[in-house]
Every structure is written in structure tokens, then in C-alpha cells.
Write a protein that binds this ligand. Structure first.
Ligand SMILES: Cc1cc2nc3c(=O)[nH]c(=O)nc-3n(C[C@H](O)[C@H](O)[C@H](O)COP(=O)(O)O)c2cc1C
Length: 322
């Protein structure tokens, strides 16, 4: 189930991956995930190619900064324009990407209206040009992250598998839901299995992995790697824990006071990255419910965090509750 993973010219000692999370997976989150879990690689947040090409260096820091203490990072791009994508691929290659992914799963209207994200799943011609543009502008492995057809009228699975193969992507990540489906709809393991069986390149299965049982369920699709997205929030050690459990070993989860220290480090690093304490606090309010899961009085802590406006109060609250 957990095994080495080879993608293009790169080899990883595990096939567990921390997935992209917009608003979350910038360098501090990834660094902590790497430190506590050593996944094969992590992902950036989705970055629009236009942003990369046209915005100032300063406003790109959040998206392009990769810390020296991080492990391998897959930079995820969004575009529907092959020449823009090609240019952005060159720039993220220079910025230190280890792999490069094109988002083909985002269900957000604003992204779909631009012909990007999950809209690409019904535009195979453009998708083909986008993948070949990525391939011809970098020596790094390139991939797409897709959603499945579900039981919609969009019979995309077979067409997309053909495009992936013909355009020469090095791997694909499959989130087992249609783009119209929310998390309440069960993940469609059978459709992930279709891609595993159909393609010779590595297939990464994604959807609902949060514990050893759900990891096992995903591995039954015969996928080559497994991506964890939401469950990594507030527990950067999750992949290490799953790895230990798969080897029948005990894993010692950090104590609540250690978790508090991890939360503080996350937010301090964000403040340094964003050069703005208040922006970091706004993010901290969002992360509070994830880090607070194991503590007593989690609800009170989250409530107190919603009224917190500065780093000193934040640290005081964490020290009090954790
Ligand atoms: C807050 C949030 C942000 C996300 N941002 C991205 C993103 O930037 N790019 C992407 O491909 N998927 C994104 N996703 C989807 C996840 O990467 C993943 O495909 C999905 O949550 C299913 O996996 P999970 O059950 O392990 O969370 C996001 C999901 C959430 C909840």
C-alpha cells in the first residue's frame, strides 16, 4: 500500500502526498508537513498563470516562496492559454518547483468562466495543448489534477485518459468526485480505479483519506500514490502517523502543548512570509478549529480566536488552552 513512487525522472521513498489547499498550502504549512511527515511531496496553492506573469514580485511571494527547509513541492498552475502556461511553467521552474501541475478540477464559477479548472475536462483540445505546452517548457515532471465524470452527462473519463496519454503527462491526480459534487457525495473509488487500470503513468488517488481505513480503501483502486488534502490541516504529522500504522508501529501523536507550539510556529512563519501580522491572524482564525480538535474547550478557543487581532493575544490564547 505505502511504497516508493517513481514519477518521470524523480524517485520518492513514499507514495503519500499532501495535496493543494487554496488559502492554506503556502510555505509555512508545507514546511511543517514536511518536518513532521516527510510526504513524497506537497503542493502550492493554485496559482493563476496571469498572476505569475503580470503581478509584481512582492505580491507573488506568498505563491512562489519555497523555504530551504521544505521537501519537494509541486507548483499548481491555473490557465486555459497554452502560451501563458508555457511562460508560467518556465518561471516556476526557475523559482524552484520540483514538479508542476495544472488544475483541471476547480469547480469555482470564476475559474470555470475563464475556461480553466474543471471546465478543461470538457475541452480536450485545449487540454491537450496545455499539457504539451507544459512539457515543452520544463524538464520537470508535469501532471494534471482532475475530477471524475461521476454520474453526470459529461462522459469525460475516457476522453481525458486519452488526452493524458497522447499529450505525455508524467502523472495524474484523480479526485473521485464530479465537479458539481460536494464533499457529502461519496468518493467514487471505481472511477479512480478506471484511471489506474487504463493508464501506464502513475495515478494518484484523492478523496476522503483521513485515517488508516480510508487510506486502505483508496489503495484498493490500485492507484500508485495517495493524496491527502483536508485532513492534513491542523495535523502536519498525519502522513507519518498513517505510515507508522501501515507498518504496525505505534505513533506518538504530539501532546496538546506541542500542538499549540506547532500552531504558533505556523502563524509566526505566516506573519514573516506575508510581512503582516494581521493577515496572519486572519488565517490563524481559520486554522483554529483544525488545530483545536484534540483540546478540551475547543469551541471556546475558536470563539476567542475570532475576536483575536494580534500575535501577542494569539500566543496567550494558545498557551492558555493547549
Ligand atoms: C479549502 C480547500 C482548498 C482547496 N484548494 C485546492 C487547490 O488550490 N487546488 C486543487 O487542485 N484542489 C484544491 N482543493 C481540493 C483538494 O486538494 C482535494 O482534491 C479535495 O479536498 C479532496 O481531497 P480530501 O478529501 O483529501 O480533502 C481544495 C480543497 C479545500 C477544502
Amino acid at each position: 500500500m505505502i511504497a516508493a513512487l517513481k514519477i518521470g525522472n524523480k524517485e520518492f521513498s513514499t507514495n503519500l502526498i499532501q495535496g493543494p489547499l487554496a488559502g492554506v498550502s503556502c510555505a509555512p504549512f508545507r514546511l511543517l508537513t514536511w518536518r513532521y511527515s516527510r510526504p513524497a511531496f506537497t503542493y502550492t496553492e493554485m496559482i493563476s498563470c496571469k498572476t505569475i506573469i503580470y503581478q509584481s514580485e512582492h505580491s507573488l511571494t506568498r505563491y512562489l516562496y519555497k523555504d530551504a527547509e521544505e521537501g519537494p513541492v509541486c507548483f499548481q498552475l491555473s490557465s486555459n492559454n497554452p502560451s501563458e502556461l508555457g511562460e508560467a511553467v518556465k518561471r516556476v521552474t526557475q523559482a524552484g518547483a520540483d514538479l508542476i501541475d495544472l488544475n483541471c478540477g476547480c469547480p469555482v464559477k470564476k475559474i470555470r468562466n475563464k475556461g480553466a479548472g474543471s471546465r478543461l475536462l470538457t475541452d480536450p483540445k485545449t487540454l491537450f495543448s496545455l499539457i504539451t505546452a507544459m512539457k515543452s517548457n520544463t524538464h520537470l515532471p508535469v501532471s494534471i489534477k482532475i475530477r471524475v465524470q461521476g454520474d453526470s452527462d459529461e462522459k469525460t473519463n475516457e476522453t481525458i485518459a486519452n488526452v493524458i496519454e497522447e499529450a505525455g503527462a508524467d502523472f495524474v491526480t484523480v479526485h473521485g468526485r464530479h465537479w458539481t459534487e460536494h464533499y457529502e457525495t461519496a468518493c467514487r473509488y471505481d472511477q479512480i480505479a478506471y484511471f489506474s487500470q487504463r493508464l501506464t503513468i502513475p495515478v494518484i488517488g484523492n478523496g476522503d483519506i483521513k485515517c488508516y481505513d480510508s487510506l486502505q480503501k483508496m489503495s484498493q483502486t490500485n492507484c500508485d500514490g495517495m493524496m491527502i488534502a483536508r485532513a492534513g490541516m491542523g495535523q502536519p504529522w498525519l502522513i507519518a502517523k498513517l505510515t507508522a500504522e501501515a507498518a504496525n508501529k505505534n505513533y506518538k501523536t504530539p501532546s496538546t502543548s506541542e500542538i499549540g507550539d506547532i500552531f504558533i510556529e505556523h502563524v509566526e512563519r505566516l506573519a514573516a512570509l506575508l510581512l503582516n501580522d494581521f493577515f496572519a491572524i486572519i488565517q490563524a482564525r481559520k486554522f483554529a478549529k483544525y488545530y483545536a480538535k484534540p483540546i478540551n474547550e475547543a469551541n471556546y478557543f475558536v470563539e476567542a480566536m475570532n475576536a483575536c487581532n494580534d500575535l501577542i493575544t494569539f500566543k496567550h490564547l494558545v498557551k492558555t488552552y493547549f
